[in-house]
Design a protein around this ligand. Sequence first.
Ligand code: FRU
Length: 521
Amino acid sequence: MIPFRKIVPLFFIPLFIVSCKQNKKSDTPLKQEMPVATYEEPYRPQFHFSPPKYWMNDPNGLVYHQGVYHLFYQYYPEDIEWGPMHWGHATSKDLLKWEHRPIALFPDEHGYIFSGSAVVDSANTTGFGTEANPPLVAIFTYHDPEGEKDGKKDFQTQGIAYSLDNGDSWTKYQGNPVIGNDGIKDFRDPKVFWDDRSEKWVMALVAGDHLQLWGSQDLKSWHKMSEFGRGKGAHGGVWECPDLFKLKVAGTEEEKWVLLISINPGGPNGGSGTQYFVGDFDGERFTSDQTERKWIDLGTDNYAGVTYNNAPNDERIFIGWMSNWAYAQDTPTDTWRSAMTLPRTLSLQKMGAEYTLFNYPVSQLSELVETGDAQDKVLEVATKDTIPFDHLNQAQIAFKTTSKDYVLSFKNTMGEELVLTMANTQQLFLLDRVVSGKTDFKEAFANTIQQMPVDQLPEGEYEVRVLVDRSSVEVFLNKGQYVMTAQVFPSEHYNLLAVENTGASPLEMKALKINKIKGIW
Ligand code: FRU
């Protein structure tokens, strides 16, 4: 079912028609006048991507081409709430610093432009370009709000558009939609890649609460190959934003395929979440004998994440939307809404009989870390330590330890705190934002403590790395084996880190470093 948030008020319809016709921002008066973006606004992330103004959700069309990382995103350029979807656009040379570009795709007579992917059509299979100047092709979902309003079921179809100037301008394909709809209400978010083995384009597409795989030689004409997911994994909500890619198992020559599936609701700590399956793909069919449910991130705020096509050195780089549909439209920002996660490198490790997907910030993030002195801290049993640090709201905290009994609290002078707890007896890591700052904008935001089972953490030493960026926290345990991402809205910056030893032996924090992270804007 299309969730309530996607029922578009009639108010927007004329506006939508105007923007289709003019192919630029409509001259219908804005719902509210927005000040110019300064990136100094309260809660504005300093080293994460956020749009200059207005509403953003999913990352779209992640593709690397001619030295440029493209980040397209679900964008409503008229308000800070979800509305008729466009593809916003930003580019980067290093995945750290971003340049805002003009809107890439506008709604048209087929509907709004929902999530999707982009490929470099190197062999010019579409004929849209030449082999010397291969087209970038975007593959996305058309969402027809009229059809939805009329209670039809076939209002989501798939369309394509191309660019011959590395993403600066886009032309929609005349033959759109390239995949119609036989009456599946939720039928969207195509992720396309070139499959070397079967020598064709493959599209992962969600249909209700399962996956469909489609094949094509030219990105225009598609045939359905297979389905996956009935009775597999979590089904607490609709499946969204699939991604399918191959990864080498670390330290071996073995290759496995990973399927990412976002699900809303039904996430592990309420609302939205992203599960993954490890298995095999034979060019037609994805299979997995995984029985356990697995999540890429156990925090509440990493959704709709997908990976880059065509990234250099075969790297698999992931970006997620740092929010959750349970409260995304209510968070306390005024001029823009929401940010992306840090770009993260994915890797696959075999742990016992199980495959685990690790996700960890891209290595170049170290360029943004302001150097600071390392410290070693040993806290005796039942002792606490407090470390004042003025930039705790824009910082990285990292150390190594063998302990699984400690509490890290990020505090401000107003008595607000974000509490991270490693609780050995329960084999859980907990993220508590109940009194972390502003929480009353939506009940679902801070009504429970977020839990992450950590029963497979190594026995010996492991790394704890935490990145705080004004209104977000990202926790990486053992280099990305366990990850939690969450939004926080402290009324005043956190400036004190309290560490408590809750174990029976001294807590050793080796090479403890607290560093400011440089801003990118
Ligand atoms: C995921 C999602 C997608 C859809 C888009 C619409 O957050 O619901 O399934 O394409 O958002 O904005």
